[in-house]
Design a protein around this ligand. Structure first.
Ligand SMILES: [Zn+2]
Length: 72
């Protein structure tokens, strides 16, 4: 099950919630004030897309150079 990130509309508390993808856009209940929390951009997604550029060079296993530009 994927983890989604929510922020409470009332107390601004941010929290993670493990729930089925089918319920990802449903409002969640804040663990602090029991208010309504809405899903925000997931950090999981951000890490997945930014990981490659943050790696700082190094190609794939078939690359001899520092990038994959020549191996495809
Ligand atoms: Zn709250």
């Amino acid at each position: 099950m994927p983890i989604y990130e929510y922020r409470c509309m009332d107390c601004r508390k941010k929290f993670d919630l493990l729930r089925p993808m089918s319920q990802s856009s449903d409002p969640a209940e804040c663990p602090v004030c029991k208010g309504q929390a809405k899903r925000i951009a997931s950090t999981f997604m951000a890490k997945g897309s930014g990981g490659e550029s943050m790696g700082g060079g190094g190609g794939c296993s078939s690359c001899s150079s520092s990038s994959c530009g020549s191996c495809h």
